[in-house]
Structure formats: C-alpha cells, structure tokens
Design a protein around this ligand. Structure first.
Ligand SMILES: Nc1ncnc2c1ncn2[C@@H]1O[C@H](COP(=O)(O)OP(=O)(O)O)[C@@H](O)[C@H]1O
Ligand SMILES: [Mg+2]
Length: 362
C-alpha cells in the first residue's frame, strides 16, 4: 500500500496553549521525512495527530487521499514506534509482534507467517520465544519495529526510536533503518528526532520545527548548504552567525562586520540593510587569507580528527574546526581566522519571522 501523509494547516492546542501552529507539510509516498527540532517544539504532537492520539483544533490530516482526521487510531493503517520500548512484558516476542495483527482482526491463519516475516526483517527471528526482559535495549527496539511493520503499514511513525540506545548501537540501528526503508520503498516514514545526525543520515527531507511552527523544510543538503533561517543554520550544523551590514551598491559583495569589510555573496539583500552572515565552522581556516578576522582564543577543544577553536572577534564568538594543527594556539593567543567568499551565506534579517510554507518539489 502506497500512501503519503499530508498535514493541512493542522493546529493542536492544550487549553489555550497552541503547541502545533498551522502545520502545512506533505510527506510523499515512500519518502522519509524527519521532523527535527528541540525538545518541546511540537514534534511528538505532530506525530500523534497523524496517529490519531490527539485531535487537532483546526486543519486536516490526510493519509493517501483519505481524510483521517476523525478516524480512530486503529483504522488509520499506521505503524508506530516510540522511544521507550513499549513491549508487553508478559508476552513473548512473537506474541508482542502478533498483537497489532490481532487488534486489526487479521485472518488467524495469516498471523504466524506475518510475524515471522516481520521478525526476519528486523533480524529478530531467533528470539521469537523470548520475553522482553531477556533482550537488550537494542533488541527490544527491533521487536517494537517488527510489531509496527507486521501490520504492513502504509505509514510508519517513529518517535525518537533510537534515543534510549547508546551511541554505538544508535549508529548500527540507523544503518538498519536505512536498509529497512530500502526493503520497504513504498512505506512513508515520519521520523521524529532532536538529533541532526539522525535526520541528515536518514531523511530524504527534513522539516525543521521550533516553538510549534515549521521553520524550514528541504533536503539535508539544502538545509545544510542553504539554510533559509538562522534557526536552521544553527540547529542543523551549528553555523557561525555574525551580524553584518551590507555595503552600498546592489550586489556589492561587501559587508561590514564590527568595522571589518568582508567579501561575501550579498545577492538580493538590500544595500545598507542589516543581515546575518552564516559560515560553517569547518569552513573557517586558521591563519591569514581572504576575509581575515583577528581575534583572541577563548577555548580550544580537541575532538580527535579536528580542533574546535572558539575565538572572540570584536565581542562575537567564532567557531572554527581546524584539522591537523602542528601547533595548537593557547588560550588568550591572538589569531587570525579566514573563510572563502563562496563559503559564506548571507541571511536577510528577520528570516525567522513567520510560518515557513513548504516549498513544493524540492
Ligand atoms: N498532554 C499534554 N498536555 C499539555 N501539554 C502538552 C501535552 N503534551 C505535550 N504538551 C506540550 O506541548 C508542547 C510540545 O510537546 P511535544 O510535541 O511533546 O514536543 P517535542 O516532541 O518536540 O519535544 C510542549 O510544550 C509540551 O509541554
Ligand atoms: Mg517528543
């Protein structure tokens, strides 16, 4: 079954508290959409609106071309996995996986085959007879995924499914989820996470949420290379954001930052306007070069393959990720940083203003 998900101006409120504000978003059939945002931004609420566990105060939810806004959860044809492995402790793995099928009144003779298939897909076939307490956290989460898949959902909802696992397991499970998606190319997946790495790794597109609103939406590459809002630039990839004033002359290519002139692509930003200069830390180099910034080292962190330098430049802290430093600068040292013209992006001031409508077809 192929079915996308559509949020049509969906709002959810608890009392007077609007926690999802007019969400407009489409997950195409077979697409993996990550809902990425900080804690409390409304991600789980959006997911629960699709599942039917929360009723919108306005708007519609569609699965495929069916308006499901008024349907109870078990009639929506969705599979859902949440952060805590919500397995029934008194049931064996196979019974846990069969649970959703029984609830859906699947034909009795089909159930063992569908359970075996789902356990096979998640690599848990050998554990069918165990109880959840006899499994590791990662294995329990695989069973939860098997249970969601057993009903052969058109839509799979995953709410921070890896956040209870340790880092190494998490990266293994990420690869597993990518493989599952390749095996089930028709299933649309809405994947809620606060972790940018999970979103960048797994998603075809990322919807960035902040304070009940959609702030940005695009492919991982687009959001990383050309964020449209300051929020996206800092939340996805932790960019340097510096306040600048655009020089006179349209497209002059010059901005002024704390009295220093920098050459950046100014595009459509009006001359004389204030704007935000966005540069990724790994694109900032140490030493002299174009767009040089002099500052004082405030912090040095060794991160294995790179050093992260925090440099105070005219009262602003600039982050630089530098590889293979022969001599590490010390705290309080005067250093020069630089970045290439083409690695800078200028965001117009107020780019975080309102609700961002989804850009179709990106
Ligand atoms: N059942 C509820 N009753 C009242 N407020 C809630 C309820 N569930 C969530 N909220 C509030 O809604 C906001 C969004 O929550 P949630 O969707 O869980 O965020 P996220 O998943 O992004 O962390 C939060 O401020 C949260 O406190
Ligand atoms: Mg949540």
């Amino acid at each position: 079954m192929t079915s996308g998900i559509r949020f049509d101006r969906v709002s959810v409120a608890y009392g007077k508290n609007v926690v999802l504000d007019s969400l407009d978003l489409t997950v195409e059939p077979g697409e993996v959409m990550a809902l990425l945002g900080p804690s409390g931004s409304g991600k789980t609420t959006a997911l629960r609106a699709v599942a039917g566990f929360v009723q919108p105060v306005a708007g519609r939810v569609l699965i495929g071309d069916r308006d499901v806004t008024g349907l109870p959860p078990h009639r929506r044809g969705i599979g859902m996995v949440v952060q805590q492995y919500a397995l029934f402790p008194h049931m064996r793995v196979s019974e846990n996986v069969a649970f959703g099928l029984k609830a859906q009144k699947a034909p009795r003779r089909e159930i063992p085959g569908r359970v075996a298939e789902a356990l096979e897909m998640t690599g848990m076939a050998a554990y069918a007879g165990r109880y959840p307490r006899e499994l590791s956290g990662g294995q329990q989460q695989r069973v939860a995924i098997a249970r969601a898949l057993a009903i052969r959902p058109g839509v799979l909802l995953l709410d921070e499914p890896l956040s209870a696992l340790d880092a190494q397991l998490r990266s293994g499970m990420l690869a597993e989820l990518a493989r599952l998606h390749r095996e089930l190319p028709d299933v649309s997946i809405l994947y809620v996470t606060h972790d940018q790495v999970e979103a960048l790794t797994l998603a075809d597109r990322i919807a960035v949420m902040d304070r009940a609103r959609l702030r940005d939406c695009g492919s991982p590459q687009e959001l990383y290379r050309r964020p449209r809002t300051e929020f996206t630039a800092s939340f996805v990839g932790n960019a340097n954001l510096l306040p600048v004033t655009v020089g006179s002359g349209v497209g002059s290519g010059v901005v002024s930052f704390a009295g220093t002139e920098l050459e950046v692509p100014t595009g459509e930003v009006a001359p004389g306007a204030t704007a935000t200069l966005c540069v990724r830390p790994h694109l900032v180099g140490l030493g002299d070069g174009p767009n040089a910034l002099r500052g004082t080292v405030a912090e040095v962190q060794w991160r294995g393959s790179t050093h992260r330098l925090y440099v105070d430049v005219a009262g602003h802290r600039v982050k630089a990720d530098v590889r293979e430093l022969r001599e590490t600068p010390g705290l309080g040292d005067e250093v020069t940083l630089h970045f290439a013209v083409e690695d800078a992006l200028l965001l117009p001031a107020g780019a975080d203003g309102g609700v961002v409508a989804e850009v179709p077809g990106v």
